[in-house]
Design a protein around this ligand. Structure first.
Ligand SMILES: [Zn+2]
Length: 280
């Protein structure tokens, strides 16, 4: 059973990465077709390569995506979100972006206007966000300064209420969106924000988007506080999460202030895996 599940995950990701690289081969399609003999040779070579390479190639590509070691602007899996749908320059996985745009158009017909405030964030961007809070340069959501907390474990836990450690953020994957909001969850409790949130609860799943950081008590999950602005494109993020559990260990989570606390506070078990249990 386990082997069958692993096979499907592996196959799914293999074809996913194949399609990511399609854009590199477009210009070749206009060239003359090769002779039949060469085609057979080519097929044989391709088969040999397929047998030897995919697992290493795909896993190494994936580890980069999973931990945010990416330059999204150069990566063919990603694209820039059109200006009318964002508040700044934001990249997302192509499919995530296309499905968001479809959802946005549908929402507009119901007078709900969605904009993305954050999308794919690589390791260095997440490190900047994390360390600014770690050093007290940026205040936390409750207005306090994390610098005052002397115990590193306690300081990490305080940051982790809303901020992911670099290397553990779902935003690395390009499958997550933070919608534009003011005032955190409170924005979604009345008026325009409530209307937007109710629309998303009713319709977002039709486009593949789900609120993974849902109400902690109600959904009996660990990790970050509820985030009504954070929506995940599950057809891809589910595969990434499964692969994260297989491929990433604490040795991959390093290179930022407070990284040594990751294992002790179980950053993978409690935070990466601490999503709404409807989406294991
Ligand atoms: Zn987010």
């Amino acid at each position: 059973m386990k082997t069958t599940i692993l096979f499907f995950i592996f196959s799914g990701l293999f074809f996913f990465f194949q399609s990511c690289n399609d854009s590199n081969t477009v210009e070749n399609s206009t060239k003359k077709p090769p002779l039949k003999k060469n085609l057979v040779k080519g097929k044989k070579k391709k088969k040999e390569a397929k047998e030897n390479l995919p697992k290493i190639l795909i896993d190494s590509l994936l580890i980069n995506h999973l931990t945010g070691q990416c330059a999204y602007e150069k990566d063919t899996c990603f694209k820039l979100v059109p200006k009318h749908a964002t508040t700044r320059n934001i990249h997302l996985q192509k499919e995530t972006c296309d499905m968001f745009l479809k959802m946005k158009s549908a929402a507009e017909k119901d007078s709900v206007f969605l904009k993305i405030n954050s999308g794919a964030r690589n390791f260095n961007v997440q490190k900047y966000i994390w360390e600014n809070k770690w050093d007290g340069k940026k205040r936390l959501r409750d207005g306090s300064s994390a610098k005052k907390i002397k115990n590193p474990k306690e300081r990490s836990l305080k940051l982790l209420l809303y901020t992911a450690m670099p290397g553990t953020s779902r935003h690395h994957w390009g499958t997550e969106i933070d919608l534009y909001h003011v005032n955190g969850n409170k924005y979604y409790e009345k008026g325009k924000g409530l209307k937007e949130y109710e629309w998303l609860l009713k319709n977002a799943h039709k486009y593949g988007f789900h609120q993974v950081y849902s109400n902690k008590e109600k959904d009996n999950r660990t990790g970050y506080q509820e985030e009504k602005w954070h929506w995940s494109y599950m057809p891809i993020s589910n595969l990434y999460h499964k692969k994260y559990k297989q491929l990433i260990s604490y040795k991959d989570i390093s290179g930022f202030k407070g990284a040594s606390t990751a294992k002790e506070i179980k950053a993978i078990e409690n935070y990466v895996n601490g999503i709404n249990a409807d989406y294991p």
